[in-house]
Design a protein around this ligand. Structure first.
Ligand code: TTP
Ligand code: MG
Length: 394
């Protein structure tokens, strides 16, 4: 069976998210990164690239080249949330998805002809779905293997769609400079230049024994890649089985209010870890260890997966209050399992959820900047339940 791999890479990812969320910045040069005087550009919108601004350039240099640019501090949490949505979309197209970073992934779509007209049609559908649901553009590369798919996605950026057929691979590769080879760094490229290997075509034709002297064991694989041959499988990312935290208390706790405060802190930690890793989960497990060391767990499985602190907290407290407690508690744990990619609760694709996601992104951003203790969401403790009073952001 012919293998078909799609590589999707978002266009100017961080900057595109900023332009999406700040319509007044659309069409302008937007530079995202550390915006202090010692900061570095994470990415630049295509408008800014026209001024010669690019990733890894110092902000000082970027400001020199593009003084009129809009300079925005990276908001990693928000980009991670978009990335989780992206992975949810990928998962709808293939069970074999290998994310490479926040904004790119390989999908193995071999043998899906029965569902789609062609691999190109699948790539188009993915791009359309990303545009419709995330209001962002992606570039897609389609090829018989990972190397060619990745090369193809870069071919016509932004908003590109490029197919490299197996029979045209060698000819397409031949004129490209060595640095377009995946895995060939500057040092190796420089030493290969010395023996007259400048293009991928030169590498494809090079004598294996000679290559081995410069690249050791990698020689054969490099030569095969240069010929457009690449057998590496798409390895789907394994969702972790569960994400959780537990805390041994400095003294045994008896009071509801104290337990609630601990559960709230745990829910915030676990929720944050879930959102950070791009997962949500359906089963919430509470673990309690009593003063006598007797340990129990209680679980509840929800209809919709969640990564929201307040849902974790409310569920855990519900479980906790059903436990007969006639001794002090020395350890509390909260774990979420049955994980799936994405921020969960997709059935509730409504205003409320969007607002909540935005709130979480904001809180996670603050927490990242100022540390976990500074920001907590007081409303997590329901109105009818007494709990620690904290500031509510929202
Ligand atoms: P890339 O996919 O390399 O770049 P990009 O999406 O901004 O632009 P394009 O793909 O259209 O060329 O990286 C994805 C994101 O990763 C990028 O938006 C910002 C972040 N990043 C950094 O923080 N530092 C870097 O040096 C690079 C290259 C990317
Ligand atoms: Mg990208």
């Amino acid at each position: 069976m012919q293998r078909w791999i799609i590589h999707i890479d978002m266009d100017a990812f961080f900057a595109a998210v900023e332009q999406r969320d700040h319509p007044e910045w659309r069409g302008l040069p937007v530079i995202v990164g550390g915006i202090g005087s010692r900061g570095v550009v994470a990415t630049a919108s295509y408008e800014a690239r026209a001024f010669g601004v690019h990733s890894a350039m110092s902000i000082v240099e970027a400001r020199r080249r593009c003084p009129q640019g809009v300079y925005v501090a990276s908001d990693h949490r928000r980009y991670a949330a978009v990335s989780a949505e992206l992975r949810r979309i990928f998962a709808e197209f293939s069970p074999l998805v290998e994310p490479l970073s926040l904004d790119e992934a390989f999908l193995d779509v071999s043998g899906m002809e029965r569902l789609y007209e062609s691999p190109v049609a699948i790539a188009k559908a993915i791009k359309e779905k990303i545009a419709a649901e995330l209001h962002l553009t992606a570039s897609a590369g389609i090829g018989p293997n990972k190397f060619l798919a990745k090369l193809a996605s870069d071919w016509q950026k932004p908003n590109g769609l490029t197919l490299i057929r197996p029979e045209e691979a060698a000819a397409r590769l031949a004129p490209l400079p060595l640095k377009r080879m995946w895995g060939v760094g500057e040092v190796l490229a420089a030493s290969l230049h010395k023996i007259g290997i400048r293009t991928i075509g030169d590498l494809a034709a090079a004598d294996l024994k000679l290559l081995e002297r410069y690249c050791g064991q990698a020689a054969l694989q490099l030569k095969r890649l240069a010929q457009g041959l690449d057998e590496r499988p798409v390895i789907p990312e394994q969702a972790p089985k569960s994400i959780g935290n537990e805390v041994t208390l400095p003294e045994d706790l008896y009071q509801d209010a104290d337990l609630q405060a601990q559960l709230l802190a745990l829910a915030e930690k676990v929720g944050w870890r879930l959102r950070r890793s791009g997962f949500s989960g359906r089963t919430i497990t509470l673990k309690l260890r009593f003063a006598s060391f007797k340990t129990i767990t209680r679980s509840k499985t929800l209809t919709d997966a969640t990564a929201f602190d307040e849902v974790l907290y409310q569920t855990a407290w519900q479980l906790c209050r059903q436990v007969v407690r006639n001794e002090g508690i020395r350890l509390i744990g909260l774990t979420v399992s049955h994980l799936q990619p994405g921020s969960g609760e997709l059935a509730l694709f409504d205003d409320g959820r969007e607002k909540r996601s935005a709130l979480y992104a904001a809180v996670d951003g603050l927490r990242e900047r100022f540390g976990g203790a500074v920001v907590t969401k007081g409303r997590l403790v329901g109105k009818d339940e007494k709990g620690p009073e904290r500031d509510w952001l929202g």
